[in-house]
Design a protein around this ligand. Structure first.
Ligand code: FAD
Length: 569
């Protein structure tokens, strides 16, 4: 069934887009069309296999966006992965389900988004969640997984829990003892999803525990509902840009779309267009439609419809590095274990580090502003940086994520500083919607970002020298002490880190929810400034990075977005 005009068009059938489409189509008199560039991956084993992380990389369901050469981060370009399929990036991600530290979401309100704080978002995390209680799955006995009942939702569409990849050989418990034995102990955190993340924890994932397959946005929010006659999905269809009504206010009336067969046409929406194409695409669709920085648009002959220069700015991502160690025992499964240390658990001299960073904030803000031609203003960025500083040094959010992954005779680790200060951008580089964009996260532009990434590596070395773990491990195989000496200074770590990092695949904030006067692109109802009926509901709107992985927060934002839209219409 297909209507000629829809009430809402959702651009991008990914993590956020399918949530909004599902919730809006609960209203029977509302017609919703989702336009998705990729196809269905329901039966794709690279998607469903809970142990298959990475298998989809480089296949046709991975956009594999390329960045500009990273001037401060090793010189080479980086690959930014993103899912091109119904379900979006949730079909290729690591399935980790962790939220944020309470104070980080409260900071969204501090920056000027009235009504966006932990207390208002927490119910939406739970609304989407269908938590699977671990005691119902016998293979989890002895695995150490635990949870706080009040922190979870049980009736939502998105299955969250643990898969059979979890080990129950005592490793989780030994790791816990090791963390407690560190020079500055890392406490055990029974459940990191209640707004307090610091500590060692066994987090849940987006998995169907019964079937032992990946849970993604399409499995949760689309397939069980696809018989709704008012929920329409076009696959393998690329949205090129918005189309505008003629008139005085700026109102979209549809989108231009290129279908799988190569034909291009226009499809109309009577109420709203909802952008959910991801943080590396939604801002580009605004630019291609004439909403953005006139200096960028005019370069490609695009007429400015709305002068909103910060579209595509404020890009924030994290950098991922790893150390590897030999294991004395062989592991047949590959689960992962996480610790979230705070700044005083990672830096022995945290007070001095904080003081120095605070003194550097004006300089950092000026550097960011000058790198983007003062499109974002130094004084505003300095304020954002001070909020971020307060989160790190006063609210004691986790300053790093440390993942430990046993597999075979190896302990792999992955780690990242959670809240880098660098701000980059994404912009069109052509008026052709199929052309590659210019993406520049500016990894390692600011010294503190490297300092935090370095200190987290030292933290991992200390972990592996602490009992009982120390007796369970052989030597460090990467980078190894011959490459980075045991007593290496920051400089000694720098080339290993800069030449071996990858994106942590958490790009956000390219259409940030903030007041317009400080550089926001959308308001607190997620509407684009200067446009009457276009919203952005994906990772682009998050004003600050969160310490948990992104998906849980994106699902929650999209759940709330749907309620906001419903209330207005
Ligand atoms: P997406 O889910 O990417 O949705 C955007 C959709 O829009 C896609 O389906 C895309 O094909 C479509 N689209 C784009 N352009 C167009 C167009 N022009 N026309 C039509 N459709 C279009 N987060 C976690 O919480 N836990 C993890 O373990 C984790 N691991 C990750 C691992 C990897 C490799 C990656 C890349 C990310 C990971 N993340 C993880 C991050 C998280 O998955 C993403 O941040 C999140 O899924 C993004 O949701 P979104 O709605 O913003 O965009």
């Amino acid at each position: 069934t297909s209507a000629s005009t829809y009430d809402y068009i959702v651009v991008g059938g990914g993590t956020s887009g399918l949530v909004v489409a599902n919730r809006l189509s609960e209203l029977e008199n509302i017609n919703v069309l989702v336009i998705e560039a990729g196809g269905s991956v329901y039966d794709n084993v690279n998607v469903t296999d809970t142990g298959g992380y990475g298998n989809a990389f480089g296949t046709d369901i991975d956009w594999a966006y390329k960045t500009e050469d990273q001037e401060y981060g090793g010189g080479a370009p980086q690959t930014l992965r993103a899912g091109k399929a119904l379900g979006g990036t949730s079909v290729i991600n690591g399935m980790v389900y962790t939220r944020a530290q309470k104070s980080q979401i409260d900071a969204w309100e501090t920056v000027g988004n009235k009504g966006w704080n932990w207390e208002t978002l927490f119910p939406y995390y739970k609304k989407g969640e269908g938590f699977q209680v671990p005691s119902h799955y016998s293979w989890l006995e002895g695995s150490g997984v635990a949870y706080e009942p009040a922190d979870h939702g049980y009736k939502g569409p998105l299955k969250v829990g643990w898969s059979s990849d979890q080990l129950n050989d005592g490793l989780a418990q030994k790791l816990n003892t090791t963390y407690q034995n560190m020079e500055i102990p890392i406490p055990y955190n029974k459940d990191a999803n209640g707004g307090q993340m610091v500590g060692y924890t066994l987090y849940p994932k987006t998995v169907d525990s019964k079937l032992n397959i990946r849970e993604d946005a399409a499995r949760a929010y689309y397939y069980p509902y696809k018989s709704r006659s008012n929920l329409h999905v076009w696959l393998n269809a690329n949205v090129n840009k918005l189309t505008w009504k003629t008139g005085n206010d700026v109102t979209a009336d549809g989108v231009e779309v290129t279908l799988a067969n190569g034909t291009t046409s226009t499809v109309k929406a009577s109420r709203e267009i909802i952008l959910a194409a991801g943080s590396l695409k939604s801002p580009l669709l605004l630019e291609l439609s004439g909403v953005g920085n006139p200096d960028v648009l005019s370069k490609y002959g695009i007429e400015t419809k709305v002068n909103l220069p910060t579209v595509g700015e404020n890009l924030q991502d994290q950098m991922n590095n790893g150390l590897a160690f030999d294991s004395k025992t062989k592991y047949t499964k590959a689960p992962d274990y996480v610790a979230y240390p705070s700044v005083s658990q990672v830096f022995l001299n945290a007070t001095a580090v904080g003081k120095q960073l605070l003194a550097n904030l004006p300089k950092y803000a000026a550097q960011v502003a000058s790198a983007n031609g003062n499109v974002t203003k130094s004084k505003d960025i300095e304020r954002f940086f001070k909020i971020q500083w307060d989160l790190i040094f006063k609210a004691h959010i986790p300053v790093a994520e440390i993942l430990l992954e046993p597999s075979g005779y190896t302990y792999d680790t992955e780690y990242w500083a959670t809240v880098p200060f660098a701000r980059g951008n994404v912009h069109i580089s052509s008026a052709d919607p199929t052309a590659a964009a210019s993406i520049d996260p500016k990894y390692f532009m600011l010294d503190f970002d490297l300092q935090a990434q370095t200190q987290a590596a030292r933290f991992i070395r200390e972990l592996f020298q602490t009992e009982p773990f120390a007796s369970m491990t052989g030597s460090e195989t990467s980078p190894g002490l011959s490459s980075v000496a045991a007593d290496a200074d920051d400089e000694g770590w720098s080339s290993f880190i800069k030449n071996n990092y990858r994106s942590n695949f958490h790009p956000i904030s390219t259409a940030a929810m903030m007041p317009k006067e400080v550089g926001g692109v959308v308001d607190t109802s997620l509407k684009v400034y200067g446009v009457s009926n276009v919203r952005v509901v994906d990772a682009s709107v998050m004003p600050f990075q969160v310490c948990g992985h992104l998906q849980s927060t994106i699902y929650a934002i999209a759940e709330r977005a749907a309620d906001i839209i419903k209330a207005e219409n």
